[in-house]
Design a protein around this ligand. Structure first.
Ligand code: MN
Length: 199
């Protein structure tokens, strides 16, 4: 069973943000990310790299207010792109998990490409801001992502004192878990991995 390249391009414009995003699931980890929020660019670059996704994001948001709308809306569009790229989810592994250390930090992620949106977020940060981004916004990003991708995602920061490490380990773990879950399962053939026959 061969599968076509799985990708999606989405443009979304509101009064708060203007976003174009292209995602290829069977990529090599290349990315070009420009959100106007340096630390968020760093996280999305790591997400693409460790998920082995090709990802292009251009976001212009109302950063004169704060990063909230931009971060949330990139999560929405990334989730929409994932759903579109996966199509009917034929042949995918469906479940994925990862445990990713980064120095003293350790993050765990588990994902089910279930068709049901759920985020369980268990991470606390030792500081409020990382560069221009409020650390509360990472949860908002992943909530928007899971809601629009319609996946179940659990992220737990198990250890860490440095806020940069805590955030980066969470993004890398999510990327690794997603990479496993979207991978084509060679034993699945043409099947949609659900006893219901649909995801
Ligand atoms: Mn870093």
């Amino acid at each position: 069973m061969s599968h076509p390249p799985r990708s999606a391009s989405i443009a979304r414009r509101t009064s708060e943000t203007d976003i174009t995003l292209a995602l290829a699931l069977d990529g090599t980890g290349q990315s070009r990310i420009e959100t106007g929020i340096g630390f968020f660019d760093h996280m999305l670059t790591a997400f693409a790299r460790h998920g082995q996704f090709d990802l292009t994001v251009t976001a212009r948001g109302d950063l004169h207010i704060d990063a909230h709308h931009t971060v949330e809306d990139v999560g929405i569009v990334l989730g929409q792109a994932l759903a579109e790229a996966l199509g009917d989810k034929r042949g995918i592994t469906r479940f994925g998990h990862a445990l990713v250390p980064m120095d003293e930090a350790l993050a765990e992620a588990a994902i089910d490409i279930s068709g049901r949106a759920h985020l369980a977020w268990n991470a606390t940060f030792t500081r409020e801001m990382l560069g221009d981004i409020d650390t509360q916004l990472f949860e908002e990003f992943f909530r928007a992502f899971t809601g629009n991708a319609r996946v179940t995602l659990h992220i737990t920061s198990r250890a860490g004192t440095n806020a940069h490490h805590i955030a980066e380990s969470c993004f890398k773990a999510a990327a690794r878990a997603l990479r496993m879950a979207v991978a084509i399962d060679p034993r699945a053939g043409d099947l949609i991995p659900s006893t219901k026959g649909a995801l």
